[in-house]
Design a protein around this ligand. Sequence first.
Ligand code: PAF
Length: 282
Amino acid sequence: MRLVTESKYLRALVAEQRSNGNTVGLVPTMGNLHAGHMQLVTEARQQCDFVISTIFVNPLQFGPTEDLDAYPRTLEADKNLLAENGCNVLFAPSVEEIYGTDPRQQTTIHVPGITEKYCGASRPGHFDGVATVVCKLFNLSNPDVAFFGLKDYQQFLVIKKLVRDLGLAVELKGVETVREASGLAMSSRNGYLSKQERKNAASIYHCLQNTASALASGNKAFSELEAQAITALREDGLEPDYYAICNAENLAAASSKDRNLVILAAARIGASRLIDNLRLTI
Ligand code: PAF
């Protein structure tokens, strides 16, 4: 596996692959890689000839009081994991390589509508940062297919709209969430959890499962189901940020006519803010 830190070398490698007729898959990450990321790499390898993974802790998507400085940076371990899993190139640029000397002067992208609720409301500016860096990574790596985890379901919809609105020539693939044995969704932020918090955090998935089975058995009392889950999360020591049953295509509050639903959850526990979701068709 090649480690590349400069955009011009990444572009040259991609151009070479393309001239050989190879398809390019992109797996954008912020590092501190785990089995969830490796699932993205595995699917990229299955679908594309040449796989690029990026590691970039993107300052633009962190708010002023968020964990940018504390965010785990584990480049050596990440490099080994990616190489073992058949990634061809790791692009790990500096902040200056991506944003120049003054990130505040960076042109940014705002995706309207879908960014306004849930994580967008709790983390102002977050999705502008995500859309900007993802667009930039697409431009630098010119992938045929880009792979994103569905744990960040709202992010996936934001990127889908970005691609459609700007006419970007990339196919998006959403990859299922990988879970620990307890059901807790794998996340780099799980590393902040104590042993007890980790146990309690599994409550998010149990609530999602309970809500999903109530919906599947015909219960359409959406607000009541949301309130029950919020109570259960609090009883398990979590502070819910939101818990919402939504239309899976546009994240509008679910109506009794909707068939494709997503249950979105975000909750704080200790120093972590965790998100998860469950999608179902009723
Ligand atoms: O999901 C993530 O890890 C990040 O938001 C992404 C897509 C790599 C952009 O920085």
